[in-house]
Ligand binder design. Structure first.
Ligand code: C2E
Ligand code: CA
Ligand code: CA
Length: 247
């Protein structure tokens, strides 16, 4: 009957989708070896005057959306080598640009690998990227707090650590204060927050000596509200989309 067929089609669709995902996950190591993972760079601006102070490096693969292939790489363990490759690309691109901070995403899964700190130190050395111009963005998850020792050792290299997607629910301000983050990146959800709420969150971060970047800014009105709330830096399509070259 109709309903039975409907379920059947749905199940065939699901099985096909599972096979496709399986194929793509299995293709990750060869794609990495073939240099298929590249970076785009999105400007980070100072909200006070719109000056470009840096870029966020964002991974690209022609076959899949970043969130999907990053999750696959995390599940399959490829993230460790992929992360090192992306960091090396970002270091090479950023080394020659003394005017830009280079902010690179690091998966919480990478924090758990024993070789991370040595790998980062090696990349800084090989690419000539000064540590103080490199920022690592680490997504706010429940696991972040478990990696205090690694975070402290990364910070001791002289680079900056940013807590990405802050406010999506895991960390308390007490935890933030106890970890070596120099910056928080407010999740786009904050764009709809009341001005008074924004002002308080920004004020608390500043009281902890942490700078604040807001993400996903698409309108001048959003930028103005964030500037008025004291937010330091902004990122979003209003200021520029991710692009292959540095701004
Ligand atoms: P994220 O780190 O929060 O990166 C910001 C995302 O917002 C990017 O999506 C960016 O293209 C998008 N975006 C920037 N401005 C706007 C805007 O004005 N409006 C809207 N709607 N979106 C905007 P993208 O590049 O698809 O990356 C998605 C996520 O994948 C990233 O979120 C990050 O969690 C992960 N990711 C990307 N590259 C890497 C990487 O090299 N390593 C790791 N571990 N994760 C990465
Ligand atoms: Ca990020
Ligand atoms: Ca983010």
């Amino acid at each position: 009957d109709e309903r039975g067929r409907g379920v059947g089609v749905f199940e065939v669709g699901r099985a096909e989708e599972d096979r496709r995902r399986h194929r793509l996950a299995a293709a990750l190591p060869a794609a990495l070896a073939a240099g298929e993972f590249t970076l785009q760079y999105q400007p980070l601006v100072r909200l006070a005057d719109g000056a470009v102070i840096g870029v966020e490096a964002l991974a690209r693969w022609r076959r899949l959306e970043p969130r999907q292939f990053i999750a696959m790489a995390e599940r399959t363990g490829v993230i460790h080598e992929l992360g090192r490759s992306l960091l090396e690309q970002a270091g090479r691109a950023g080394a020659a640009r003394a005017d830009l901070r280079m902010s690179v995403n690091v998966s919480p899964v990478q924090l758990a690998a024993p070789g991370l700190v040595a790998a980062v130190a090696g990349i800084l050395h090989r690419t000539g990227m000064p540590a103080e111009r490199l920022q690592l963005e680490i997504t706010e998850t429940a696991a972040v707090i478990e990696h205090r020792a690694v975070l402290d050792r990364l910070a001791a290299l002289g680079l900056r650590l940013a807590l990405d997607d802050f406010g999506t629910g895991y960390s308390s301000l007490a935890e933030l204060a106890s970890l070596p983050f120099a910056e928080v990146k407010l999740a786009a959800e904050f764009l709809t927050a009341h001005g008074e709420v924004l002002r308080h969150v920004v004020g608390l971060c500043h009281a902890l000596g942490v700078t604040v970047t807001a993400e996903g800014i698409e309108s001048g009105e959003q930028a103005r509200a964030l500037r008025e709330a004291g937010c330091d830096h902004g990122q979003g399509y209003l200021f520029g989309r991710p692009r292959a070259g540095l701004p």
